[in-house]
Write a protein that binds this ligand. Structure first.
Ligand code: HSE
Length: 431
């Protein structure tokens, strides 16, 4: 039997979930893997406050385990694995670095700290021959990190895309099923505890962009830094756009999309219309799902719970057990640099189809001039609907283009004469 002592940095929802799961599974882990996993120290900001919060959650953590000093964990020679549950970039990243430098394995679900400090953390881990484990940082319990880092390491992945933020998927699903506007559904999601009081990281796409930078780096074997991910959130999406898209056979999702062709890489997070029978179109509520395409594996899709304390705890405990049992650590084999991979050419001129909603004056020749603007940039319109105006009002004109370069679509929209036609919305469409 091997005794494995853990130090926790933080003990919020996810940390509490891991604590609970380890308690429940302790005998099983002893029987299955001959390891006795014990949490021996937990870093909190304020011990009295932490005791109150834990009591309110029904989590029985002895006061003796709690400390307000990170050194009580990083300098404790009996602790071999440090699990980080603080969230946010700092001080989580520097605490993880301290733990790695002290020769401890680190397990984290913190995509922000990882995406922004990955190279340094991995370098420190390699120097100390310890592991940096982060399966739960993307897609919650979906084992996408291992799939890319281990299972598909010998493949040539050219596409990874999917729903990697549960909060926005929940909001868009409810907007679609109830016909409600963004603000109303967000307020309700906040009331139910399904969206953060400050939802910016989720609804403005940052959370998905951090995750996509990690996935794309692993998939393409080169560093895709966060700043190379184009990002649009869901805050400007209206119930009308979702309804028009539905009328045209599409469902709206916030997707993270990473593609590589030769050395050209595109990484983008934005609302995306998908044909309603696309497998991702039917991944609803707070579920996540990720598609991978590779030269040899072809198409595959993984789906599951991307958030929530216990699903995330399940993925984290998988990392803990692997860290406890591994003699040799597997690091990503690409050059994990602070800066973008020098041989990647990052483009913002990807090929896409676009849904465009215009507000146009209802007069002879307007539609012809709109068509001329698109024709001038070689953008072909695939389908279109125009609603009749109430007397004197402008009309919504909705079109979906054939595939075209992103920048050509933008140039076509810039050509429209503002006095007769304004661009109200542009949403990319994937097949
Ligand atoms: N806030 C994330 C989401 C979960 O809504 O998917 C943690 O990554």
């Amino acid at each position: 039997m091997k005794q494995v002592n853990l130090g926790f940095l933080g003990c919020g929802n996810i940390g509490g979930g891991v604590y609970r799961l380890l308690q429940e599974m302790q005998e099983e882990l002893l029987r299955r893997d001959s390891i006795k996993v014990s949490v021996t120290r937990i870093l909190v900001k304020d011990i009295d406050e932490a005791l109150q919060i834990n009591a309110a959650k029904g989590l029985d953590v002895p006061r003796a385990l709690l400390t307000e000093h990170v050194e009580d964990i990083t300098s404790d020679p009996t602790i071999s694995i440090v699990c980080e549950f603080m969230g946010g970039e700092q001080p989580a990243a520097s605490f993880m670095e301290q733990a790695l430098a002290a020769g401890k394995h680190v397990v984290t679900a913190n995509k922000v700290a990882l995406a922004l400090n990955w190279a340094r953390l991995q370098r420190t881990a390699e120097e100390q021959h310890v592991g940096l484990w982060y399966e739960a940082s993307v897609g919650g319990v979906i084992p996408i990190i291992r799939v890319l880092n281990v299972n598909l390491e010998s493949d040539q992945i050219d596409r990874v895309f999917g729903i990697i933020n549960g909060t926005t998927n929940y909001i868009l699903t409810r907007m679609a099923s109830e016909g409600k506007d963004y603000a109303e559904v967000l307020a309700d999601a906040q009331r139910l505890g399904l969206a953060e009081p400050n939802p910016a990281t989720d609804v403005e796409g940052m959370d998905a962009a951090y995750k996509l930078s990690i996935l794309a780096s692993l998939a393409f074997h080169g560093r895709v830094t966060y700043d190379k991910v184009y990002r649009e959130g869901i805050t400007a999406i209206s119930a009308a756009d979702i309804a028009f898209g539905k009328e045209m056979g599409y469902t709206l999702k916030l997707l993270g999309i990473a593609k590589k062709q030769g050395n050209t890489v595109e990484t983008r997070v934005h609302p995306t219309f998908l044909p309603k029978d696309h497998p991702l179109a039917n991944v609803d509520g707070s579920l996540n799902a990720i598609f991978v395409h590779g030269k040899y594996c072809r198409d595959m899709m993984l789906q599951g719970r991307g958030a929530g304390d216990m699903p995330t705890a399940s993925a984290i405990c998988g990392d803990i057990v692997e860290a406890a049992l591994s003699d040799k650590v597997h690091y990503p084999t690409f050059d994990n640099t602070d800066t973008p991979a020098p041989d990647f050419v990052f483009t913002d001129d990807w090929i896409t189809r676009a849904y465009i909603r215009l507000s146009a004056v209802d007069a002879p020749g307007v539609l012809a001039r709109v068509s001329e603007s698109f024709a001038a940039e070689q953008v072909s319109i695939a389908s279109m609907i125009q609603k009749e105006a109430e007397e004197g009002a402008r009309v919504p004109m909705i079109m979906i283009t054939h595939p075209a370069p992103e920048q050509a679509i933008r140039r076509a929209l810039a050509r429209l004469a503002e006095d007769e036609c304004t661009v109200e919305q542009m949403i990319r469409v994937e097949d």
